[in-house]
Design a protein around this ligand. Structure first.
Ligand code: NAI
Length: 736
C-alpha cells in the first residue's frame, strides 16, 4: 500500500468534468474538475459522469478503495447547480421528487460500493458537495482556512435533498446534524474533525505557494492509510450497517431537542424563514425510521419548499450575488491585485478597513494625526485581523505572521506610495481636500485615492486635485468586518481604470462592490433616509415607537428604524438628514425630534442615550430600554393625528419611490444593483428577494394605487415616471 504514489499511475478513462485514475493497484481516484467552472458544482452532467465511473468500478473485483478528490486548487465542491434548480422551479411535484430521488440513488450507490469510499476535502465543501461527502464511508479534511463544510440549503429556503438530512445525523448524532442543517452555517475542517464528521484532519498550513498540491498529496497518503486500516478491520462495513438503522433516541430526548432547536431557529429567523423548521421536523421524525425511510421522507418533504415564494426570492438573492461576482467591464475583473493599502484615519472605519486589508494579505500603513489613536489602533487592527473563529479570539501565531505587514505613521505623505489610499478621517470637506492636496503630489502614477465619506460629493472632493481621474469614493459600511457591501462611487472625472482598481480591491477584501454614480447619499444612504425620515414623521404624528418598530420588523427588517437611528448615532443621522434635506427639499420632511435629542446630549447607542436608554449587560451585550425622558420630548413635539394608513406602506414605499428616482437619475445602472446593495448595506430582508424584486411580486399597478392613497402626505409618495410606466404597461422592474 505504501508504494510511491506516482508509481503505476494509469488513467482508465477521461471525461469532461471528471478523471478516474489508479494511483496504486486496487486504489481508484475520482477527481472532479468541472470543465467550464472555476469551482466544482454538481450539475446533471457531472453527476452522470460520476455515476458512469461508479458503474464501471462496481464491475471490477480488484478495487479496495475509492478516493474522491478535487482538481480545483483549494476548493472541493461548491454544491448543486442552482441554474438547473431555477430552471425546474415550475415543474410538477413528481419531477421535483425525482430531482431529489436521483441524487439520493446515485449517492446510495456510492455508500453501497464493494470497497471503501473516502472524500478528501481541501477547500469549500457545501450543499450537494457535503452530501456526497457524507455518503462516503470516510471524510478526510485539511486544516486550511479555506476548508469549510456545511449545508447552506436553508439559506435558499430549502433543506438538503440528496440524503443529507438522513445520512448526517447517523454519522454525527441528531443534535449536531440539526444544528448544522437548520443553521446553514459552514464549519472549519478542524471543527468537522472534532465533531466526528471528518475522520482525519491533515495539517497543511495556510497560504503556502504549493498548498493545493501539498494538500492533495497529503490527503491521498492519509486516504491510502485509512483504506488499508478499514479493509483490515472491516469497520467501514460495521458503520454502514449502523448508519442504515433508526437513530437511538428516546421520545423525551427528541422532545427536548425539538424544543431547544425551535427556540434557536425562532430567534435566528424571527419566523420569516420556513425551511429550518421544516428541516427540524423532518429530521426528528425521520430519526425514528431506518435510512431508507428517512430518505423517502426527505424527498417527499422537499417538494413543498421547492419553488415556494421564499425559495424563489432567496434564489434571486443568490443570482444577484452571482451576477455581481461575474460582472466585467469596470468591475475590476482581470485587474492585477493590489499589494498595499494606505488608510488615513485610525477611527471606527479606518481601523476596520485596515484590519480587513491586513487579514487578506495586503501590506497596510495607517496614518492619523493623533499618536495615541495610532498606538491603540495598531493593536486593535492586529487583533481583528488575526481573529480565529474556532478560538473566538486572536490567533497569536497569526498576529506574529501579520504584524510585519502593518505600519503606522503620523505623516500621511508616506502613504502615497501605496497602490490605493483610503481616507477615513473626520467628515469635513475642507479638511479632506487639504489632506488629498498634501498626498497627491507624492503619489505614483497608478495610485488610486479614495474617500470613505458618507455624504460629501466625490466630485466636490476631487475639485482641487491635479488627477481627479485617479480619485473615487470607496464607501464601506459599519462594522466593516461584518458588512459585505462597498459602494464604489464614480465622480464626474473618475476614470474607468480607477473604478476597476477600486472595485478589484473591494473584491480582494472579500466585499461585494456596487458601482454607483456620485450624488447626495450615493445609493444606499439616499434610499435609507426616506425610510428613517418617515419613522421620525410618524413619531411626530403621535405613533408610538413600538408600533413603528413592529411595522418594520414584521416586514422583515433586521431592526426597527428608531433603533437604527441609535445604532448609527443621532448626530450622524442629523448631519446626513440635513445633507439630504438640502438636496431633496421637496420630499425630505424636516422633523425636530432628532435635533432635540442631540441637543439634550442623546447621541445614540454610543453614549448610552438615544431614542432608547442603552446599558451593557453582564455578557457585554448592549441592551435597550424605553426612555421616559424621550417620551416627554416626543410628547411635546408631536401633533397626534389619526392616521389610518398601513405603517409598513408608510415606511417602505418612500424608499421604493426614491429608488425609482435614483434609477431615473442614473445613480445605479440596474435594479439588481439596487436590490443587492440594500440587502448587503441595510439588511433589506433577503426572503423578499430585494426591494425591486419585492415590488415586482406586488405589481407596479398595486403600488401606484397604494401611493395614490398616500399622496396627500407629500411628494415622497408621488408615483414616478418609472412606476407609472410599469403600471401602465404591466411590466416588471426585472424585465430588462
Ligand atoms: P472617527 O471619528 O471614528 O475617526 C476619524 C479619525 O480620523 C480619528 O482617529 C481622527 O484622529 C482622525 N483624523 C481626523 N482628522 C485627521 C487628519 N486631518 N489627518 C489624519 N487623521 C485625522 O470617524 P469614523 O466614524 O471612522 O468616520 C470616518 C469617515 O468615514 C467619515 O468620513 C465618515 O463619514 C465615514 N463613514 C463613517 C461610517 C460610520 O458608521 N462611522 C460609515 C461609513 C462612512
Amino acid at each position: 500500500m505504501k508504494k510511491r504514489m506516482t508509481a503505476n499511475r494509469q488513467t482508465e478513462s477521461s471525461e469532461t468534468h471528471t478523471r478516474l485514475d489508479f494511483p496504486q493497484p486496487g486504489i481508484a481516484r475520482l477527481t472532479l474538475d468541472h470543465a467550464e467552472r472555476s469551482v466544482n458544482i454538481l450539475s446533471r452532467d457531472v453527476l452522470e459522469e460520476v455515476e458512469a465511473h461508479l458503474l464501471s468500478l462496481e464491475k471490477r473485483d480488484d478495487i479496495q478503495g475509492l478516493v474522491i478528490a478535487s482538481g480545483k486548487p483549494g476548493s472541493f465542491i461548491a454544491g448543486a447547480d442552482l441554474t438547473e434548480f431555477a430552471a425546474s422551479l415550475d415543474e410538477p411535484a413528481d419531477v421535483i421528487q425525482n430531482v431529489s430521488r436521483r441524487g439520493q440513488d446515485l449517492f446510495r450507490r456510492l455508500s453501497a460500493a464493494p470497497y471503501v469510499t473516502i472524500a478528501t476535502i481541501d477547500g469549500i465543501c457545501v450543499g450537494g458537495g457535503a452530501e456526497l461527502a457524507v455518503w462516503c464511508d470516510r471524510r478526510i479534511v485539511t486544516s486550511n482556512s479555506k476548508t469549510q463544510i456545511g449545508f447552506p440549503e436553508v439559506k435558499l429556503g430549502l433543506f438538503p435533498g440528496w440524503g443529507g438530512t438522513a445520512r448526517t445525523p447517523r454519522i454525527i448524532g441528531l443534535a449536531n446534524a440539526v444544528e448544522l442543517v437548520t443553521g446553514g452555517e459552514s464549519m472549519s475542517g478542524k471543527a468537522a474533525f472534532e465533531m466526528g464528521l471528518a475522520d482525519d484532519l491533515i495539517d497543511v498550513g495556510d497560504d503556502a505557494e504549493n498548498t493545493a498540491s501539498t494538500a492533495n498529496n497529503a490527503l491521498l497518503e492519509a486516504a491510502l492509510r485509512m483504506i488499508e486500516a478499514d479493509q483490515k478491520s472491516g469497520d467501514f462495513l460495521a458503520n454502514r450497517q449502523r448508519w442504515a438503522e433508526p437513530i437511538a433516541m428516546s421520545e423525551t430526548e427528541l422532545a427536548f431537542l425539538g424544543a431547544t432547536a425551535v427556540a434557536v431557529i425562532q430567534q435566528a429567523t424571527k419566523g420569516k424563514y420556513p425551511a429550518p423548521v421544516a428541516a427540524l421536523e423532518l429530521m426528528l421524525e425521520a430519526s425514528m425510521g431506518d435510512l431508507d425511510a428517512a430518505c423517502q421522507m426527505e424527498t417527499e418533504q422537499f417538494v413543498p419548499l421547492f419553488g415556494s415564494p421564499i425559495n424563489r426570492a432567496l434564489l434571486n438573492v443568490f443570482f444577484l450575488q452571482d451576477r455581481n461576482k461575474k460582472k466585467d467591464g469596470g468591475s475590476g475583473k482581470g485587474q492585477a491585485k493590489a499589494a498595499s493599502v494606505g488608510v488615513i484615519g485610525a477611527g471606527t472605519m479606518g481601523l476596520g478597513i485596515a484590519a480587513v486589508s491586513l487579514r487578506r494579505g495586503l501590506k497596510v500603513t495607517i496614518s492619523d494625526n493623533r499618536a495615541e489613536a495610532l498606538a491603540s489602533g495598531e493593536q486593535q487592527v492586529l487583533k481583528e485581523a488575526a481573529f480565529d473563529r474556532d478560538l473566538k479570539g486572536p490567533n497569536l501565531d497569526k498576529v506574529l505572521e501579520l504584524s510585519p505587514g502593518l505600519n503606522t505613521t503620523i505623516q500621511a505623505r508616506p502613504l502615497a506610495t501605496c497602490d490605493l489610499v483610503i481616507e477615513a478621517i473626520v467628515e469635513n470637506a475642507d479638511i479632506k481636500k487639504e489632506l488629498f492636496g498634501e498626498i497627491e503630489p507624492h503619489a505614483q502614477g497608478t495610485t488610486v485615492l479614495c474617500s470613505n465619506t458618507s455624504t460629501i460629493p466625490i466630485t466636490k472632493l476631487a475639485e482641487g486635485l491635479k488627477r481627479p481621474d485617479r480619485f473615487c469614493g470607496l464607501h464601506f459600511f459599519n462594522p466593516v468586518r461584518k458588512m459585505p457591501l462597498v459602494e464604489v462611487i464614480r465622480g464626474k472625472k473618475t476614470s474607468d481604470d480607477t473604478i476597476a482598481r477600486a472595485t478589484s480591491l473591494a473584491r480582494q477584501l472579500g466585499k461585494t462592490p456596487v458601482v454607483v454614480k456620485d450624488g447626495p447619499g450615493f445609493l444606499v444612504n439616499r434610499l435609507l433616509l426616506p425610510y428613517m425620515n418617515e419613522a421620525a414623521v410618524l413619531l411626530g404624528e403621535g405613533v408610538p415607537i413600538d408600533q413603528i418598530e413592529k411595522a418594520a420588523k414584521s416586514f422583515g427588517m433586521p431592526m426597527g428604524p428608531i433603533e437604527l437611528h441609535d445604532v448609527v448615532g443621532l448626530d450622524v443621522c442629523l448631519h446626513a438628514g440635513k445633507v439630504m434635506q438640502e438636496a431633496f427639499s421637496n420630499r425630505v420632511v424636516p422633523t425636530p425630534i432628532v435635533d432635540q435629542l442631540v441637543e439634550a446630549g442623546r447621541l445614540g447607542q454610543k453614549n448610552g442615550l438615544g431614542f432608547y436608554d442603552w446599558k451593557t449587560d453582564k455578557k457585554g451585550r448592549s441592551k435597550k430600554s424605553p426612555s421616559d425622558d424621550v417620551q416627554k420630548i416626543i410628547a411635546k413635539l408631536a401633533t397626534p393625528s389619526s392616521t389610518s394608513h398601513d405603517l409598513t406602506d408608510r415606511l417602505i414605499l418612500p424608499m421604493l419611490v426614491e429608488a425609482t428616482r435614483a434609477m431615473q437619475d442614473g445613480i445605479a445602472g440596474d435594479v439588481r444593483d439596487v436590490d443587492l446593495a440594500l440587502i448587503y448595506g441595510i439588511g433589506f430582508p433577503p426572503f423578499l428577494g430585494g426591494l425591486f424584486y419585492w415590488a415586482d411580486q406586488i405589481g407596479a399597478a398595486t403600488i401606484v394605487e397604494k401611493l395614490e392613497g398616500l399622496r396627500s402626505l407629500g411628494k415622497r409618495y408621488e408615483p414616478t415616471k418609472m412606476l407609472l410606466e410599469k403600471a401602465k404597461n404591466g411590466t416588471q422592474f426585472y424585465d430588462n
